[in-house]
Design a protein around this ligand. Sequence first.
Ligand code: 5AD
Ligand code: SF4
Length: 445
Amino acid sequence: MTEPRQPSRKLHIKTYGCQMNVYDSARMADLLTPLGYATTETAEDADLVILNTCHIREKAAEKVYSDIGRLRPAREAKRDAGGRMLLAVAGCVAQAEGGEIKARAPEVDIILGPQTYHRLPEMVARASRQHAVVLDTDFPAEAKFDFLPETNVAPGVSAFLSIQEGCDKFCTFCVVPYTRGAEYSRPAGAIVAEARRLVELGAREITLLGQNVNAYRDGEYGLGRLIRSVAEIPGLARIRYTTSHPRDVDDELIEAHRDVEKLMPFLHLPVQSGSDKILDAMNRRHTADDYRRIVDRLRTARPDLALSSDFIAGFPGESDEDFDATMALVRDVAFAQAFSFKYSARPGTPATSMKNQVPDAVKAARLDALQGLLTAQQRAFNRAAVGRDMKVLFEKPGRHPGQLVGRSPYLQAVHADASDDFIGTVAPVRVTALGANSLAGEIVR
Ligand code: 5AD
Ligand code: SF4
């Protein structure tokens, strides 16, 4: 083992897309610490810039190319001063379009997929020596998790922990099974050990992550059982998990929502559409009523449970009636929060070549209507918090002096006047006002 060197080089990581990428970015920073890299907030003065990219929709993927262009002047300035800024493109765009990046942006030094970033130190060393691009987008036989160093960086009050990766569901619109590969679950023992470590370093909340997190399986351990084990860690106050698939909500998981107090009563459970015809064309393998039944069972187990979801408007073949069925499902369930998107054709996915594509204007109009309804539901949910007491986990200073900001059990941002000792603690807050993006309240003493 070599001793870590004093930080002498600057690393800037820009993260796009999902929380899995946020976790991966933190691990890449860990991996580069022994090479003398310390993170910096600005790209301009960095010796190594990593763009950790997202391929889920076209807009997200295109951002990468404009960001590469934006870095050009800083790279040139650095070169003129006799230095060098290495540029790495990581994540799902690198995985899906490695060759295209090479052609469109020849200045990129390193292209690496989500499954090979444990090899990053070696790639950085190679790229520093040579001027040809280093490309590694394999799906290696070894699991990258076995090669990641223990984290030494304080994770903050709320930490992410990847427990599962990849997806075998093959929804017909989605690139994930191609960019992240087959489902893989980390051993339960390694996860509990990492969770302990995060708590030792100051985390009070852990969000268990996976593209298909509730497909988690290690022998006897499904997600419900894993949550029970993680809940035993002293000092840990809150557990969350994301993203789930309705098909994989099993009895054990519902029972965990009933029994485990640390498990927060807020669940992101994407449904995508309320039309059975569209759900079938999406290969979701559940109906709208299956979804309603799962929600009923979860709410019976945990009456204060609130839901979030993902929706796609204008999937190929979606008629007005199909879209109405989505609106009806939204009205039936009443979501606390949701993400909704226009269908975006992704290269290599089955839905891209479906004949009955929906015109963009129709997609846009439907998305507008859907977002109108979802926003109204979200505001109603937030308004209902006013006058109530909520437990808030305080995370950091707020915008005004003497103020902290934390999260309610439902991930709502809550501001309250409190001293810094409250950071990392859960305190009851009486909610007094509803702002544009957050709640305000007073600590109940
Ligand atoms: N077009 C639009 N939205 C998509 N999503 C995934 N693929 C696409 C696509 N091709 C959405 C889904 C998913 C979320 C992460 O992104 O709603 O749940
Ligand atoms: Fe994509 Fe469907 Fe897998 Fe989610 S479950 S990652 S939407 S293929």
